[in-house]
Write a protein that binds this ligand. Structure first.
Ligand SMILES: NC(=O)c1ccc[n+]([C@@H]2O[C@H](COP(=O)([O-])OP(=O)(O)OC[C@H]3O[C@@H](n4cnc5c(N)ncnc54)[C@H](O)[C@@H]3O)[C@@H](O)[C@H]2O)c1
Length: 247
């Protein structure tokens, strides 16, 4: 890791990719603040992350700025700062172009882009005075190709993450803060489990490597970006997609 025992705040940590990132960063020596609106399995998660002396779970709805403040405040109070922010929060939708409603558009953008920005903005207020830190956000292969399965609002929100990453990288660079994103293709998590076996088999057949990623495979890329080996990498988009998108 870039520093010893970094404090890693992971949003969406009760989900598939978030949990895999939390577990991987904890194994590498990180102290983890796991944040999610769902507290399901949170005691088990804290145990997995090394117990209460090394991990904290905060239940928060990150579309709400007061809840963002509470989650970040809890992390800073407990561990004294935040070294690594991993934005894994997200909701998907398979709704096609003609059927997307204004309400669904707003919900997807609120979770996938708006809350990622405001959580990052809040965490940066703690990283900037320390002149160090890294922000890693999970975008999606759909940001580049418009979505194999997912709707236009989801893909557009994830394309926004790519540009947001570059803006955060430019803002953070003078302070030694880096920002990168990872674009996974379809990955085995509760999000894709909800699509059903038939659809998942059909989509997997379109991937050159012939299968979905595991959440742990996405976490490998996140872990690299959080490590000292990536300290000169910023504004970058790392693809983990089995060859689905080659650009
Ligand atoms: N699974 C895939 O195929 C895939 C592919 C590309 C990108 N992604 C992205 O990876 C990230 C993680 O996805 P996943 O597959 O692990 O999904 P997941 O559904 O397993 O996890 C998402 C987590 O985000 C949490 N969350 C949602 N809204 C929240 C809110 N308002 N406040 C706090 N927590 C909230 C959920 O409770 C859930 O635990 C998402 O950004 C997703 O868009 C997933």
């Amino acid at each position: 890791m870039a520093i010893e025992n970094p404090v890693c705040l992971i949003s969406g940590a009760a989900g598939g990719i978030g949990r895999a990132c939390a577990e991987r960063l904890a194994r590498e020596g990180g102290r983890v603040v796991a944040v999610d609106r769902s507290a399901t399995g949170s005691d088990d998660l804290v145990d997995q992350l090394g117990g209460r002396s090394r991990a904290l779970f905060v239940q928060a709805d990150l579309t709400n700025s007061a809840e963002i403040g509470r989650a970040v405040g809890a992390a800073v109070d407990r561990f004294g700062g935040i070294d690594v922010l991993v934005n894994c929060i997200g909701v998907a939708s398979l709704t096609r172009v003609p059927d997307v409603t204004e309400q669904e558009w707003d919900t997807i953008f609120s979770v996938n882009l708006r809350s990622v920005f405001f959580l990052s903005q809040h965490v940066l207020t703690h990283m900037v005075p320390r002149r160090s830190g890294t922000i890693i956000t999970i975008s999606s292969a759909s940001a580049k190709i418009g979505g194999v399965a997912v709707g236009p609002h989801y893909s557009a929100s994830k394309a926004g993450i790519i540009c947001l990453t570059k803006s955060l990288a430019l803002y953070g660079a003078p302070y030694g803060i880096t920002a990168n994103c990872v674009c996974p293709g379809p990955t085995e998590t509760p999000m894709t489990d909800a699509w059903g076996d038939a659809l998942n088999r059909e989509f997997a057949a379109r991937i050159p490597l012939g299968r979905y990623a595991t959440a742990a495979e996405v976490a490998h890329a996140v872990c690299f970006l959080a490590s000292g080996d990536a300290r000169y990498v910023t504004g970058e988009i790392v693809d983990v997609n089995g060859g689905l998108v080659m650009d």
